[in-house]
Design a protein around this ligand. Sequence first.
Ligand SMILES: Cc1cc2nc3c(=O)[nH]c(=O)nc-3n(C[C@H](O)[C@H](O)[C@H](O)COP(=O)(O)O)c2cc1C
Length: 363
Amino acid sequence: MTNATNLAESFQLGPYTIAPNMVLAPMAGVTDSVFRRLVLSLGGCGLVVSEMTNAASVSPKAMQRHRLLDYLPEERPIAIQLSGNDPELVAKSAAFVEQLGPDVIDINCGCPSPKVTGGGHGSALLKDLPKMSALLKAVRKAVSIPITLKFRAGWDEESLNYVDTAKVAEDAGVAAVTLHPRTKVQGYAGDADWTRIAAVVQAVSIPVIGSGDVRTAADALQRLEETGVAAVMIGRGAMSNPWIFRQIEQLRHGLPVFEPGPADKRDLLIQYGKMCAESMPERNALGKIKQLIGQFAVGLRNSSYLRRDVQRAKTIEEAFELIEQFFDPFISGQEEAVLEEEEIAVLKEGCENGANNRPRVAA
Ligand SMILES: Cc1cc2nc3c(=O)[nH]c(=O)nc-3n(C[C@H](O)[C@H](O)[C@H](O)COP(=O)(O)O)c2cc1C
């Protein structure tokens, strides 16, 4: 059993103290400003990261309307994540992005998507550490805010180089590293091997953030304790349960842990839908609800029907109605909220695919 009282509650990222030491993972197509604000509003999350942005798409002109780089002041501290391959180009983009005022720039060397690695970005850089080093040094020189690196354990099991990669990053002046310990070839198969993260903690003196398969508050505290990481990053676990950060905070302080009921779930889905509708065209907002519902509405009897019906909705109002209708009997007590085998299978399948609605990229 984790002794939560002895666990670090914050870590230092350059000049910032990140507290609590729980981080919302970057997830392309998911963790836009709306989703980040939703999670932050529930409490317990100390740092958020933008969706990955291709450095080549960043220019002073494009920046004025670059949706991926949008954030609001209440999201601070925030890291903006860039991918790229050409050290000078990424450094130049990072300097532009710095002018937007984020707190951190994160460099993606983990994305396994063939579209990304084909251009030599993302985890392709794991095959060329001298290039990665040059890129990190160039970015370091171009900006005055801290830079961080997010990476995978290696290209494949035959070329595991996570310890070397972390050392390269430390030498280049990176302020912290995040390891998702699967390989590029592995995708999302198998389990995230946190012993690899623990090995990186031993090898470098900068803060190490661990990412992969944290699904419950207890998982997060156990990872902190067992590996000595400075912080834990949570991705898919926050899609299916955006309250996870608050639950971690409560668990570590010995407080009763909030368990969302059907009414909380309904309200959050509708709140999310409304927030999306306020900041994007209805078609996109509807797509966002469909995406979240795939992960979120798991565990209630017949939720597969809700997912199916909402997928067919043509308007936001229709989706809201379906959500209300679905949750009503649970809230009025006519139906018992239970986890069914079928639901668990769908949840697992969703995890293995990264997300139910296919992401544009996944690192
Ligand atoms: C839909 C999706 C999109 C992702 N997009 C990114 C991304 O843009 N940048 C990145 O560094 N990692 C990305 N990841 C990887 C996550 O940040 C995280 O490292 C990985 O999912 C493992 O953590 P988890 O098990 O908590 O989800 C993505 C993952 C998913 C599922």
